[in-house]
Design a protein around this ligand. Structure first.
Ligand SMILES: [Mn+2]
Length: 336
């Protein structure tokens, strides 16, 4: 369980201007932990602004407080103003300022007291306080532990509970990944007691697909999934053209990378997306094979042992060829 420093506890006990920020292409845990912490800090009488680097999908836009989030790519001036007025900045669910580009530069230059709360591997040292637990299922769980460590568990209201529950559900694949512990379930149970409506939250996230998104999934599984049984690996590649055919919007490819892992014997799955000239990779594994290592060694990226993201500086076709070679090269380790 996360233990906060006494000095930070006393800092947070007097009202201040606070900014909360998170990683680009925010996911359910990024938004859930940010808004959950925001509602907690509001209860503590702080002035709070959540700033995200860029847009996030509609199925994450329903959480309480969503309309107050500032998107840096749309409103850089307002974001800059709030950062310059802040005394405290929380960085949630990411561990390197370089990952959030220009917003990271602003935070780097700021003299505010910075606090990192995260569960990704190999964090960079850029904050005065750092709470990293790479075994935690989600940053949202760490926010719960943070509140508990502040001895303010009684302040958890329906808003906080809803946001944190949403973050935990999305980052644990609905409580099925190995990072889901007895503590995770106890925390989730308490969040339900505090007002989180679990069925409604699940529906809001997962039963909210556009027709195009579901058809893209069907097309991808039928026509684009390549299975390399001898390496225990699978590859899905989607080009700009293909994404356009299905009127791609942000979030439409989320979760696709997990499907190949449901095939017996497949322990590594990689999704390659060509989007506006950028080659993005999502990597997932089961068991010991570390996709964090693979992403760091062969591409620019990283994350967790079983889930990572990366950018490739090679062309779309070269990236695909490299991955096929890597599958052969690492076959023994993947299948272990
Ligand atoms: Mn997370």
């Amino acid at each position: 369980m996360l233990q906060i420093h006494d000095t930070l506890k006393s800092i947070l006990n007097s009202p201040a201007n606070i900014v909360i920020t998170t990683h680009q292409s925010p996911d359910g845990d990024a938004i859930g932990s940010s808004l959950g912490l925001m509602h907690f800090l509001l209860q503590m009488k702080h002035k709070v602004n959540v700033i995200v680097p860029d847009a996030y999908p509609p199925f994450l836009q329903w959480m309480p407080g969503n309309s107050t989030i500032i998107n840096f790519s749309d409103q850089p001036d307002i974001a800059q103003k709030y950062i310059s007025e802040s005394a405290i900045i929380f960085c949630l669910d990411f561990n390197a300022l370089s990952r959030i580009k220009q917003l990271g530069d602003l935070i780097q230059k700021s003299n505010s007291t910075k606090i990192l709360i995260d569960h990704h591997r190999q964090p960079e040292n850029f904050t005065a306080y750092s709470y990293v637990d790479i075994n935690a299922c989600s940053t949202s769980q760490l926010i719960y532990e943070f509140i508990a460590s502040m001895e303010k568990i009684d302040l958890i209201n329906k808003h906080i509970a809803t946001c944190l529950y949403a973050g935990i559900v999305t980052d644990t694949g609905s409580f099925r990944f190995p990072s889901t512990t007895a503590d995770t379930l106890r925390i989730a149970a308490h969040l339900i007691e505090c007002g989180a409506e679990n069925a409604l939250i699940y529906e809001s996230i997962y039963d909210n697909y556009s027709e195009n998104r579901l058809r893209l999934l069907g097309y991808t599984l039928q026509h684009k999934m390549e299975v390399y049984k001898e390496s225990g690996a699978a590859l899905i590649c989607l080009s700009n053209n293909e994404l356009n055919q299905f009127a791609f919007t942000k979030g439409d490819t989320e979760g696709i990378v997990n499907y190949p892992l449901s095939i017996e014997g497949i322990k590594l799955s990689v999704l390659v997306l060509e989007k506006d000239g950028v080659i993005k990779l999502s990597l997932r594994s089961k068991g010991k094979f570390s996709v964090n290592d693979m992403a760091r060694k062969h591409f620019t990226g990283g994350g967790h042992a079983n889930a990572a993201g990366a950018i490739s500086t090679l062309s779309y076709n070269e990236t695909i060829q490299l991955l096929k070679n890597l599958f052969k090269q690492y076959a023994e380790e993947i299948l272990k």
